[in-house]
Ligand binder design. Sequence first.
Ligand SMILES: [Zn+2]
Length: 450
Amino acid sequence: MLSIEAEALRYIPAGFAFRHNVLAYGVDGPELLVAIPDGESSTVDRIRLLTGMQVRAATFPREVIRKQLSTVYANPSDERDDDAEISSPAIRAVDEIHEVAVRSRASDIHIEPHGDGGRVRLRIDGQLSVIRRLDGSLFAQVVSRIKILAGLDVADRRQPQDGRYSFSSDGSSVDARLSSIATLGGEQLVIRLFDARSQRPILENLGMEAGTLRRVRSLVRASHGFVIICGPTGSGKTTTLYASLAERDSSAEHLCTIEDPIEIRLPGIAQVQISARAGMTFSRALRAILRQAPDVIMIGEMRDAETANAAISAALSGQLVLTTLHSYDAARAIDRLVDLQVSRHAVAAALTGIIAQRLVRTCCSACRGGDDCARCAGTGFSGRTGVFECVETTEALREAIVAGAPAGEMLRLAEQDGLRSLSCDAMRHVSAGRTTASEVERVLGLAASR
Ligand SMILES: [Zn+2]
C-alpha cells in the first residue's frame, strides 16, 4: 500500500481517478506523484493537462490501485458533481485568459456568472473590463479547471474557498491567488496575479514631487517612528510600503514584514504571511516578530484595534513601524486611529508622519484617445502614477491630536507647515499633461473641489 498525502488527492477528482485507475499520492514541488497501471503511460499526459502539474508516474498492478482508490475516495457513484474531466477547450480557454491577463498587465481576473453562462473581466490600471464571454458548459468547466489548479474542492460550490497556483507566461512564473464565493447567480472566482518579473518599486518611480519625496525619505529612513500610508483600496499604498523598505539596508538591518498577502518577495527581508486558518493574525505575528528585535517592521494594514495598538507600542519601544490605514486623507487618519481605540496620547507620542495617496491613470503616449490604439484599447490611458500628500508630525500637530482637534483644524496646521494637499498635487500632473482633469475628479471626487 502507498502512503498518501491528502494534498495530492485534491489534484485529481474521484471520477477521473476511477475512470483511469490512477492515484495521486504525493506532491514534490512542481511534480505530482501518481500511481498508474502497468502499460498505460498515455494517462500521464491526461493527468498533466488536468492538473497543470508535472507528473512523476510509478506503475502498479491495476487491482492494487483500484483497491486503494476505494479506500481513499468515497464511492464514485457519489461523485456525480465531480465529473471534472476537463475538456480541452476549457484548458485552452484558461491558458488564453492567463496569457491575455499577463500581456495586458492586469492585476486581477474576475470569472463570474453572467446571463446563461459567464464572463471574464480583467482589472487593468484599476478599471475592470470584459474580455470574454463563456457559454454555460464552458463557464462551468473553466471554473472547475481553475479550482483544480489551485487545489480547491471542485465539488464544493457553496463554501468560500481560497488557494494559490502559478502558471508560466513568456518563460517567467506568475503567482496566482484564487478565491471563490457562491453568489446568487453561481460561483464567482477572483484571481489576483503577482508577476515575478514586476520590478521592485522604488520611491523615485512613484510620481512624487521633489519636496514630497524628500519628506517621505526622511520619514522612512529614520531610526524609529510610526509612519502611516493611507488611502482607499487600490490607491497604491502597498507599493509605497515596498518602496519605503527599499530605502533601508537589508544586509545591515533586521527588516521584517507582516503581510496578507505577500505581494512581492524581497530578498534579505523576513516576510511573514498572515493566515487566519493557521491562527496567524497580524497581532500574533507582530508579537512574535518583536521578540526577534527588528529594526524596521512593515505591517501590511492596521485593520483592527489589537493590531493598531500593538503597532503603536512597537513604535514607542524604538522600532520604525511602517503601515497602512484605510482612510480618506492624512488629516482623517488620526480619527480613524482613534476609532481603532488607540489613545490620542499614544498617537501623538508615536506618530512621525502620514502619507496619503491615490493613483491616477496616465494619458496613453501612443494615441491620446484614438479608437484602435493597441496600447490602451482606445481608453486613452495607459499606466498610472501617484498623487501624494505628506504630513510630518510637528509639535503643534501633536498638541492638536491630544486635544482632539477636528480633521479640518489638523489640515490647517499641516498647511501652515507647507502641506501640498492631494488635489494640489494632482493638478501638477494635469498641468504637465500626464493626466486629465476629469481623471483627477474621478479619483479624488470631493477632494478635488476642496
Ligand atoms: Zn492609446
